[in-house]
Design a protein around this ligand. Structure first.
Ligand code: SF4
Length: 70
C-alpha cells in the first residue's frame, strides 16, 4: 500500500503524471509537478489508484516521482 508520494527536484513539467493521476498530481502553469494538497487521504489502499501512481513513477521521463509503500 502506498502511504506517501512526493516529487523531487528535476521535473520538466511534461504533465504526464497529472494526466495519469489528476487526483494526486498537479502541474500548475509555469511550475513543476507537486502532489495536490489533501492527496494523502486518497492513499487508503485503492489499488486502481495505486496502479496509476506506480505508472506515473515508472513513466516519468526524469524519474523524479517517488512513492513509499508500507
Ligand atoms: S511526469 Fe515527471 S517530469 Fe512529467 S510533470 Fe510529472 S514529475 Fe514532472
Amino acid at each position: 500500500m502506498i502511504r506517501k508520494v512526493w516529487v523531487v527536484e528535476g521535473c520538466i513539467s511534461c504533465n504526464l503524471c497529472q494526466d495519469l493521476v489528476s487526483e494526486v498530481f498537479e502541474v500548475p502553469a509555469g511550475s513543476t509537478s507537486r502532489p495536490r494538497k489533501g492527496h494523502e487521504k486518497l492513499l487508503n489502499g485503492d489499488l486502481e489508484l495505486e496502479e496509476r501512481i506506480q505508472e506515473a513513477v515508472d513513466s516519468c521521463p526524469v524519474e523524479v516521482i517517488h512513492a513509499e509503500r508500507r
